[in-house]
Design a protein around this ligand. Structure first.
Ligand SMILES: Cc1cc2nc3c(=O)[nH]c(=O)nc-3n(C[C@H](O)[C@H](O)[C@H](O)COP(=O)(O)OP(=O)(O)OC[C@H]3O[C@@H](n4cnc5c(N)ncnc54)[C@H](O)[C@@H]3O)c2cc1C
Length: 453
């Protein structure tokens, strides 16, 4: 039998796994190895190229003010690998573009919409607040009032999550969504305000290489011998503390850091997981995100010529968000060209027809005034489209339904018995962005070292 033993095995070379490996290495801990089933590291935070254009796997920007992270990833200083941006982002609803966040930028909307938004917010502030909310939909009404809820938050959230908001919890939402004061909403209705609200008001993006270069910058700090690519884990024997590879190798561990999706890990543990826990793990919910990646000749004009991203709140477009990659890195398109990335969510509750998503996106880019009718023709037919590709990612967003928190806690406790640390966006089945998964990887490395030193 082909069996080896390594104190710490890391499964997955996405940002979380890479961070775990980096932090073990940086602490001088050499007894680890990292296994990644894909031919390259980076996971969801990777950048793919085609037709001379490069696209991240969904719109990815680094929102952090944490100096430790910025130093680690090459930002935080002039001339570093990361460039800092002040957000230029907009919302499209009721046939109008307004600033983002919608709730603080009503200027330009029809008067009846503005009045409904302000009165709804005032009524919500006079009410009981969010403390009685039982689900995400109720929390939205309590936090934003009926006008902003019905004109923006509810239609957008239904399109983003592709889920019934009554079946979702809201504990995760409080830090993510800027809740306005009445003063800011009123001022934002009277004037085109410059003030930026919320956690995303500033962001960082790599000067070259796309978002995938964050993973590259970590990978470069890890000895190549520690990283196995095309190395798929096909089973885990918890009682024997053993990982079984697709090629038949058996690797013994003392601590297993897993960043693979939690339901998949539970499946790989097989019959060693009690049936009720297996059922709960299989019931963890997620959605799928499709991106339509378009490479175009020439430059974009109007808002799209400078916007970083735009939200499409109501059903006017098939996509709920557009990103404009060349407005944060020229490296992503050939000279004289530009690109657009559209995001479209799908789930068992909101099915999509993959066959028509590219055509639907092109049609709605015209409908919303981003492109002209002629622009959406192929370049070979006198239009501007040089490249069009649909990519699909699942799981993309984990759905925070009412069972999620307790299920994840129970699974983590169970995995502890087999010395498994499950971390990352899908390892913890939590709404975690890149900055936070990198810190969870650090945390996993520290937990592993406490056990193995
Ligand atoms: C639509 C969308 C937009 C986003 N935008 C942003 C953004 O703007 N800013 C931001 O900070 N974050 C954003 N994120 C979140 C970000 O992508 C994630 O937080 C991060 O990439 C997750 O990293 P991870 O290492 O936890 O997981 P992953 O990247 O999924 O890495 C897990 C790795 O495990 C490997 N693996 C799985 N199973 C096995 C197996 N059996 N054997 C071996 N290897 C295995 C996988 O191949 C993968 O490489 C976005 C996410 C989505 C879906």
């Amino acid at each position: 039998m082909n069996e080896t033993s390594t104190p710490v095995i890391i499964v997955g070379a996405g940002l979380c796994g890479l961070s775990a490996a980096y932090h073990l290495e940086a602490a001088g801990f050499k007894g680890y190895t990292m296994l990644e089933r894909q031919p390259a590291a980076g996971g969801l935070a990777s950048t793919d190229s085609g037709g001379g254009f490069s696209f991240d796997r969904c719109i990815h920007l680094l929102f952090t003010r944490d100096q430790y992270l910025l130093n680690l990833l090459g930002g935080g200083r002039e001339g570093g690998g990361l460039k800092k941006f002040s957000r230029r982002s907009y919302c499209y609803t009721a046939g109008t573009y307004t600033g983002f966040p919608y709730q603080q930028h009503n200027y330009g909307l029809p008067l009846r919409v503005i009045l409904g938004n302000i009165l709804g917010l005032v009524r919500a502030r006079l009410g009981a607040g969010a403390k009685n909310a039982k689900n995400y939909e109720e929390w939205i009404y309590a936090a934003f009032g009926s006008g902003i809820a019905e004109n923006c938050m509810l239609p957008y959230s239904r399109r983003l999550w592709a889920w019934d908001l009554k079946d979702m919890s809201f504990d995760w939402a409080e830090g993510h969504m800027p809740v306005p004061t009445v003063r800011d909403t009123v001022l934002g209705a009277l004037l085109p305000r410059k003030k930026r609200f919320g956690q995303t008001s500033e962001f960082w993006y790599p000067r070259t290489g796309g978002i995938g270069s964050l993973a590259t910058s970590l990978l470069e700090k890890i000895p190549a011998a520690k990283v196995s690519l095309n190395a798929s884990v096909k089973a885990v024997n918890g009682p024997a503390r053993e990982v079984i590879m697709a090629d038949g190798r058996r690797l013994r561990y003392e601590t297993l850091i897993s960043t693979m999706p939690l339901p998949e890990l539970i499946k790989l543990l097989g019959a060693d997981v009690p049936e009720p826990l297996r059922v709960r793990a299989a019931g963890l919910k997620y959605n799928t995100v499709h991106t339509v990646n378009l490479g175009l000749e020439g430059r974009l004009s109007g808002l799209a010529g400078s916007a970083h991203w735009i939200y499409f709140l109501d059903d006017a477009a098939v996509f709920h968000r557009l990103g404009f990659p060349c407005n944060f890195s020229k490296w992503l398109a050939p000279e004289g060209c530009c690109s657009i990335q559209a995001e479209i969510s799908e789930s068992e509750r909101l099915p999509r027809n993959k066959e028509t998503l590219i055509a639907d996106t092109l049609r709605d880019l015209v409908k919303t005034g981003i492109l002209g009718e002629k622009d959406i023709l192929p370049a070979s037919e006198g239009g501007r489209v040089r490249y069009a590709k649909l990519s699909t990612y699942a799981p993309a967003y984990v759905i925070c339904d009412h069972a999620r928190a307790e299920t994840v806690a129970a699974l983590k406790e169970f995995l502890g018995k087999y010395d498994i640390e499950t971390r990352g966006r899908f390892g913890e089945w939590e709404y975690l962005n890149m900055d936070r998964v990198i810190m969870r990887g650090k945390d996993a490395a520290e937990a592993a070292m406490r056990k193995n030193i």
